[in-house]
Write a protein that binds this ligand. Structure first.
Ligand SMILES: NC(=O)c1ccc[n+]([C@@H]2O[C@H](COP(=O)([O-])OP(=O)(O)OC[C@H]3O[C@@H](n4cnc5c(N)ncnc54)[C@H](OP(=O)(O)O)[C@@H]3O)[C@@H](O)[C@H]2O)c1
Length: 399
């Protein structure tokens, strides 16, 4: 039983509602819940198209016949009233409806107002900063835990840095560097969200500035996630290219919230590439994508090349893997750790989103509310769940 749920909160119809269940990651998340939700879990499928939800439910019934009775809830992301009803019907709302900067804001507002725990898959810094400014204070009042980025963005980085810090001494300055490797492909939905985020540089900077004005200053401690410089890493034997994703910001927020990260914490996030020509080619391709994303017809052309709802097939996903290696240092100790698993963008992301929702619904967790990171909201409880679900957290070397 979750210790934080206020005793006077009226009982909700559901433990978990999955919104966007018919999308590429949504359907994988639904399949994961069908196979792994504990007996007695009251969960429901939500989306904008009842017929599509019905077809998904038939597929789920093949995994677990009890799923034939799953409730189907209709809501469009543009219908604030329907979203409010959806939020009020459940203890935890998990959503895959993105790009979040287009479709996500009203649902976060509804969860903050109704005291509903919320998890999503955004990797969009602008969205996270806007939601902090607009809804953090209300969520603290209602007790809602708003946890963004519960997929490959940013769970391996956030919980990997958390796990690394816990191997290092307490009360001393700490540095952690994270190195990402993967062979995975992406879906139409991910491409749409990434291109949207890349095309909104000025809005992203403005949202970050507004957040800085609202957020209380950290007194007597430092927690930073600066961009590093490209370099050869002797620790991993690979080329390290700075990755300016949401991940380092999330890690820095966990460090700001948790004393365990010490008085002065720094996290740097890199893509890790074995061969120099691949590093140079990858950097050029990323630069070209950023440039194309600024030109609306080029952006649309790129988006049209991958249909919404499409993504790598099961055979390709089965061959995909990810690894995040961390080098942590402080207080005279040095530790090398790793978080690794299968297909990061889809199979493992669906697992991470579903386990985050189950963790908020059922585990005894720290007493916290408002916009939270996975490390702050769930920490060890989510690490334990993900380990049991097949994601590796390990110490590779410690001196
Ligand atoms: N954090 C990570 O590591 C990670 C990994 C993978 C994906 N993602 C993110 O997850 C999101 C989903 O990706 P995806 O590949 O699953 O995309 P997708 O297949 O295009 O699915 C999008 C979902 O949103 C629904 N939707 C769209 N507009 C809606 C509206 N107006 N009202 C209600 N529902 C609406 C779609 O419903 P219909 O089925 O009815 O069209 C579909 O269920 C993207 O933002 C992507 O960037 C994040």
């Amino acid at each position: 039983m979750n210790a934080r749920v206020p005793q006077d909160r009226p009982e909700r119809a559901y433990d978990i509602v999955l919104f966007g269940a018919t999308g590429f990651v949504g359907a994988l998340t639904a399949e994961y819940l069908a196979a792994h939700a504990p007996a007695g879990c009251r969960w429901a499928l939500a989306g904008r198209d009842l017929a599509k939800l019905g077809r998904l439910r038939e597929r789920l019934a093949a995994i677990d016949p009890a799923c034939a009775a799953l409730p189907l809830l209709r809501a469009d992301a543009a219908d604030a009233g329907a979203l409010r009803e959806l939020a009020a019907s459940t203890r935890v709302l998990a959503t895959t409806v993105g790009p979040y900067v287009w479709y996500g804001a009203d649902l976060v507002a509804a969860c903050a107002r109704t005291g509903t725990d919320y998890v999503d898959l955004t990797g969009e810094p602008e969205f996270v900063d806007r939601m902090y400014v607009e809804h953090d204070a209300r969520a603290r009042e209602t007790g809602a835990r708003l946890v963004h980025a519960c997929g490959f963005d940013s769970i391996p980085a956030d919980l990997g840095a958390y796990f690394t810090v816990r191997q290092l001494p307490e009360g001393v300055p700490l540095t952690v560097d994270g190195f990402v490797r993967s062979n995975a492909l992406f879906s139409g939905g991910t491409l749409a969200s990434a291109l949207t985020a890349l095309s909104r540089g000025p809005q992203t900077l403005a949202a970050a500035r507004r957040r800085r004005l609202h957020e209380p200053r950290l007194l007597g401690r430092r927690a930073r996630g600066p961009a590093g410089a490209p370099r050869f890493s002797r620790e991993t034997g690979t080329w390290a290219l700075p990755l300016p994703t949401l991940d380092p910001r999330i890690v820095a927020r966990s460090a700001a919230a948790l004393e365990r990260y010490g008085p002065d914490f720094r996290y740097r996030h890199y893509a890790s590439v074995k061969h120099l020509p691949v590093a140079v080619g990858g950097t050029a391709a990323l630069g070209a994508t950023v440039a194309l994303a600024q030109v609306p017809p080029a952006r649309q052309w790129l988006m049209n090349r991958w249909e919404p709802g499409s993504g790598p097939d099961a055979e390709r996903r089965a061959r995909s893997w990810f690894s995040l290696r961390f080098v942590g240092e402080g207080g005279g100790r040095r530790v090398l750790t790793e978080v690794s698993g299968g297909d990061p963008g889809y199979g493992e992301t669906a697992k991470m989103l579903a386990e985050s929702a189950l963790c908020l619904a059922y585990d005894a967790l720290p007493d916290a509310a408002g916009q939270l990171t996975t490390a702050v909201a769930m920490g060890d409880a989510l690490v334990d769940r993900l380990r049991k679900a097949g994601i590796t957290f390990r110490v590779a070397d410690s001196r």
